[in-house]
Design a protein around this ligand. Sequence first.
Ligand code: FAD
Length: 317
Amino acid sequence: MKVIDHIKQAEQTLFSLEIIPPLKGDSVKTLFQNLDPLMEFKPPFIDVTYHREESVLRTRKEGGYDRVSVRKRPGTVGICSAIKHRYDVDPVPHIICGGFSKEETENALIDLHFLGIDNVLAIRGDNRKPDNRFIPEPDGNNYAIELVGQVINMNNGVYQDPDVDNANPTGFCVGVAGYPEKHAEAPNLKTDIKFLKDKIDRGAEYIVTQMFFDNQKYFDFVANCRKAGITVPIIPGLKPLTTKKQATVLPSIFHIDIPEALMDEVEGCKDNKAVREVGIEWGIKQTRELIEKGAPVIHYYSMGKSGSIESIAKEFF
Ligand code: FAD
């Protein structure tokens, strides 16, 4: 079932989460051990991130280095299929522009369609490490809007391959990313929201936000989106802090602020066990207010750990 239909049919705020595929070589069992306890909160859908290849230096036995391309977290499609079969929950694979030609994207979408997957989150993807800017494939999509367009075209039976006649239309519900604190590369929030609206006008049906720790940023973002004519559901994304390090690392990775009050509490913690408790309490406060103000879904970023999410979800779902 489509995410948009889950939202339309819901009588109350829904619970959902994003998971990341295990590192290459790890077992999928750990992922299931994390997910199993969250099933009692009945997530109608679960997002699965996509991680492109990175360029890394590998040491040669005889000395020196080779630069090689590796994908550290493959498995997005396999995990989506496993989620569908193990839990009967709708998986939402993330699809990205980076590293894909349009033809490769088309073939990946055909696989997802054949697997009976009804949703995708269409995003540009980050830079290929260690590039310092996003470089699309020569025949790939440059921005998420182009990827949205490609999926919508397939939904209308229009494929890249000109030799395909009477093509079977896919039926994907497309979500896109939004940034309450602005995307790092956008000159300002107004421009960013204009490009976000373009993605919706191209056919995306809902927005999932980057994580934020200050609900006011989300409420202002929603108000600005509505003013700009964006009417689709805007799903807030929350990440409970679990370590002291995250309080400095997350802002530098995701270009978000940690509110002073939260930072003061984290700095006062003697160990990460205490930080985890602070993260849970903060997450509970954020969730309570978001539900009270009518958020359609609360979407939690698990980043491979589910204990804090379980503690928060127990209070509400
Ligand atoms: P876009 O919408 O293409 O925007 C990128 C930048 O370009 C923005 O600054 C925008 O303002 C600007 N822009 C947009 N259109 C135009 C245009 N036509 N002309 C000029 N400028 C334009 N990354 C992964 O690699 N894998 C994942 O699984 C993943 N999941 C994510 C899930 C969520 C909910 C979020 C919020 C992010 C996720 N990301 C993921 C990170 C994402 O790939 C990066 O933030 C990326 O840098 C931007 O993606 P986007 O889809 O927002 O890009």
